[in-house]
Design a protein. Sequence first.
Length: 239
Amino acid sequence: MSMHVTVRKDLGTDDRRFALDISFESESRRIALFGPSGAGKSLTLRAIAGLLRPDSGRIVLNGRTLFDSAGGVDVRPQERRVAYLFQDYALFPHLTVAQNIAFGLARGWRNPGRKARHPEAQRWIDAFGLGAITGNYPGEISGGQKQRTALARALVAQPDIVLLDEPFSALDPALRVRMRNELRALQASLEVPMLVISHDPEDVEALGDHVLEVRDGRIHGGGPVKGHPQVYAPAPARI
C-alpha cells in the first residue's frame, strides 16, 4: 500500500482560526495518527475520505489520485474506495446485523430485505463470527459485536483502506482493552490496510506500525513501535 497526503485547510471564524497543514507519505499497511483532541486528526481522515474538501493539496492512494487542487481532481466519496468508521460505528438501528452489513451492496434507497442473502456479505459474517446474531438489531448486541459489524459493512465494499476515527474513545477502560486486542487480531488477519487515529498511546502501540504525531494541525514527527524502525517521512510539497 502506498499513500501520499498533502492537505491544507483553514477553518474557523474571525476570532478563532485553525489551520490544517498535513503532509506525509507511507507504505505501511498499519498507519496511526497520534495526538491530542483538536490536533487535526479527524479533519485529516475526513479529507482522505472526501468528506472535507481541502483548500489545496494532493491525496494519492495506491497510485490513484483522489484529490489534486492543481489538477482539478476531486473524486466523490463513494468512488474513492475508502471506508470510514465513525467513533460510534454509525450502524442503522432499524436494520439487523445482516442488513447493516449488506447495506452497501443495495442500490438506490431501499434497505436490504431481512431474508436476502448476499454472498459477499456472508463472507464477512462468517469471517467475523457474526452468524449467530445476523437477525439481531444493534441495540441488542455487544460493543465488540458492533465493531465487527461495522468493519464487515466497511469491508463488504472492498475498500483500498479503512479509516478508523478514535474507535475506542467512548468505552470504559476494561472494554477498551478487550476491543483493542480484538481489533488487533482482526487487523493481523485482514489484507486491507488501516489508518487509525487516537489520542491514547496504547491504541497506537497496538494498532500502528507507522506512527505519525499530529499537533496543532501539523505532523511533528514519527517514532518506532515495538521495535519497528522509524518510518516517518514528510511528503514533498507538491502544491
